[in-house]
Design a protein around this ligand. Structure first.
Ligand code: EPZ
Length: 421
């Protein structure tokens, strides 16, 4: 089981190139199921989750090839489906596998997809995905831990109000509606930039999707989708993570390829701590100014609110801030698993329900800690970068799901970080 060793206490100074957004690439790869023509994707990040999605799509009949010499250039081609079943063994490893459900029902009129099961950060049901497909005329049955969705006569456009804002449900239903007969109006949609990117890719394939990025999305179904060329947007969560690496160490990191407009409310919140974040010719620069940051309260919200995927990293940064910060998690019911690990490093955090009160300390101390989920694991990396002494992070396979080349990128900024098998 790999571990990462970090000797902290150094200011990070240097340049990092941000990768493409994992959470845009995953649904966009699934759109390959909707067309019999090749989908040409540029800038696909090299991550464990992307490999998982590639394996699942290949099982379903998608030929996946890589353009020689062009890292991240992936061509997905599904002339015909080989299967409409997404097996438990693959889905349990990556919840985003559920994003093949909508495309399969739209393309083939049926799908058998294993229920993803819960994960470390919460139960994460898929009831909204299922009720939305029912609204589009699919019949949904649950048996043996599998969802069996059928729409023998195809899907029929409809109006559907989502009871909770859900990124995945918005994406699944957008993809399903693209080939439905007639018009679909989705309300209370998630507004994340990854949804806007998915809509851009669908429209490049000949779909008719309007309103992505707002809470109301209108899709006029078409007979068939063609192939397209699409470049994935930069990863705003990876960008925020490296910006906070500059913040927690008082350093300065140029983040090439970053797009400040993708941050929503998080940009203002991070700036309020004293972390300078400015646009540059090639992306963004984050400057901790060599000073201790100030405590700032944060509540996670659906986009454009403060992203829940930045909460753990922000908490790590607040652990060494001057003052206190109240951090409230409103999206997932169990996303404070990084707290006991940060306690081991000397952090002062009190959790009450969905809120955590962080009282900044002068210095964290390195210690052996355990990664529990993707974003919690990277918050421990940030804490290790600032801590005195050595931090050993175990179960780093969580990190590899969402951060390409993490050690190399941080070493390029002066971090003393290495992986041990
Ligand atoms: C996406 O997950 C992201 N994953 C998550 O990133 C991110 O944390 C989350 O959106 C919120 O922004 C991908 O895009 C692959 P949701 P998703 O449906 O779609 C409840 C990471 O670190 N809900 O917006 O699964 C759910 O339980 C990952 O990269 C239902 O109740 O999130 C949660 O409380 C972690 N029923 C809330 O909605 C449903 O049918 C938001 O979940 C669906 C969701």
């Amino acid at each position: 089981m790999d571990k990462i060793l970090i000797t902290g206490g150094r200011r990070l100074e240097g340049r990092i190139s941000v990768s493409a957004a994992k959470n845009a690439a995953l649904p966009i790869m699934a759109t390959a199921l909707l067309s019999a023509e090749p989908l040409d994707l540029e800038n696909v990040p090299d991550l464990a989750d992307i490999s998982s999605m590639r394996r699942l799509l290949q099982l379903l009949g998608v030929e996946v090839t890589h353009k020689a010499g062009e890292a991240g250039h992936m061509v997905l081609h599904c002339p015909e489906l080989l299967s409409t079943t997404a097996p438990y063994d693959l889905v349990r490893r990556m919840r985003a596998s559920v994003l093949v459900l909508g495309p399969l029902v739209a393309r083939a009129g049926e799908a058998r997809v294993s229920l993803p099961g819960g994960c470390a950060i919460g139960t994460r049901p898929v009831d909204i995905h299922l009720s939305g497909l029912e609204a589009l005329g699919a019949k949904i049955e649950l048996d043996g831990g599998y969802v069996h969705a059928t729409a023998p006569g195809g899907l029929q456009g409809a109006e559907y109000l989502m009871p909770t804002v859900s990124v995945g449900a918005t994406e699944n239903l957008m993809m399903a509606a693209a080939l439905a007969r007639g018009q679909t109006v989705l309300m209370n949609c998630a507004r994340e930039p990854e949804i806007v990117d998915l809509a851009a890719c669908l429209n490049a394939m000949g779909a008719k999707v309007k309103g992505a990025g707002s809470e109301r999305i209108v899709i006029d179904g078409v007979e068939a989708l063609r192939g397209a060329l699409h470049r994935i947007i930069p990863d705003r969560i990876e960008t925020g993570t490296y910006a906070m690496a500059a913040g927690i160490t008082g350093g300065r990191i140029e983040i090439d390829g970053a797009d400040p407009s993708l941050f929503g409310e998080a940009l203002d919140k991070l700036r309020r701590t004293g972390l300078a974040l400015d646009a540059t010719e090639t992306g963004m620069v984050a400057d901790g100014g060599g000073a201790r940051l100030s405590g700032v309260d944060v509540m996670t919200q659906p986009y454009p609110g403060f992203a829940t995927d930045l909460q753990a990293q922000f908490m790590a940064m607040m652990c060494v801030a001057d003052g206190a910060a109240m951090i409230t998690e409103t999206i997932f019911e169990n996303r404070f698993m990084h707290v006991p690990e940060l306690h081991r490093m000397g952090a002062r955090i009190t959790v009450q329900g969905s809120s955590a009160l962080v009282r900044g300390v002068e210095r964290l101390k390195g210690a052996p800690v355990m990664a529990t989920d993707l974003r919690a694991s990277v918050s421990l990396v940030l804490a290790g970068l600032a801590a005195e002494g050595t931090t050993e992070i175990n179960r780093v396979y969580h990190l590899d799901r969402g951060y390409a080349d993490l050690e190399r990128k941080l070493r390029a900024c002066g971090a003393q970080i290495e992986r041990q098998a």
